[in-house]
Design a protein. Sequence first.
Length: 312
Amino acid sequence: MDDINAKAVIGTNSWGSKAYGKILRGSSAEDSVIREAMEEADRNGLRIYDLAQDYGLGKAQKMFGEFAEEIGGEYIVSAKYTPLSRYRKNCVRRSLEKDLADLRRSYIDIYWLHLPTDTEQHLSEIIELCKEGRIRHIGISNFDLDECKLSKRMLDKAGIPLYGVQNHYSLLSREWEKNGLLDWCRENGVSFWGWAVLEEGLLTDPKTRKPSPISFFMNRQIKKMHELYRVMTAVSKRHDISVAQVAEAYCANKGVVPMCGCRRPHQVRELAEAAEVKLTPAEIRRLEEAADNSGARVLGHDMFRFAVPKKR
Ligand SMILES: NC(=O)c1ccc[n+]([C@@H]2O[C@H](COP(=O)([O-])OP(=O)(O)OC[C@H]3O[C@@H](n4cnc5c(N)ncnc54)[C@H](OP(=O)(O)O)[C@@H]3O)[C@@H](O)[C@H]2O)c1
């Protein structure tokens, strides 16, 4: 079913105002740099952007819409409905109208239900919008295996394939692989997109990393990661790529579409290259051993569960 062959996806969580970048992300990127990154992505064949209404405190979708219109390239838009409260009639429809206005488009390529809250009601409305042609493909995000199975059954009944699952995955967070969700996706022709494959910068070269409020909290983990960095550096040298690209390539080699927060031209270039790198089974094994032995603790694989109200 997949006419969207996603090799890598540009995350836009860090796009936004200068103040947002500086305070929360440790550095800001000028609008012109983000725009240049979009042009560079185009040149490197990366066309898929992952967005949501709250990214960049509400600014990311508007920036994307403006720049995409100016550049005039062909883009694939991944956007989401985030159910922060219980289902209310037409809540998805109203939210989608705002997305389309911000993104300056008449439809969304892939629309994800961001959390498994009142799944049946929210998905029913998303199915309606898909039948109306406002959404091309449907995905679910932060869902566990049982929730994925339930969603797929619902979509099957409606004659609409489940496009994908978008969950946290990285070299340091492989729970969705260990508990069988990744295999289930593969067996059912469902794409698996991994978010935060760089663990917010933790899986990049510590020598080149800029300090940020996030890295302040990471410092305790970094101390546990010397051996992992050593193995990542050795693999990076062998393939003539950066340490960050090893983390991205690792995911791509595991059948996970790497979603990476990019706001600078070199980052999209590196992401496009990394998605093509073939790691050997021995390299993958050494990376996983070093990651498992590090004992580093990162964002939980199921960290948004607290936002899902108990079933009534
Ligand atoms: N569905 C969900 O619930 C969910 C949740 C979270 C995230 N997401 C999606 O996943 C995307 C990725 O997550 P994220 O942005 O939070 O974190 P991330 O991709 O794990 O890490 C972003 C960090 O990595 C740095 N970076 C990016 N490319 C690099 C490169 N080539 N070399 C060195 N450093 C590099 C960035 O640097 P700079 O500081 O220079 O930008 C930033 O500090 C998000 O943007 C969003 O689209 C989805």
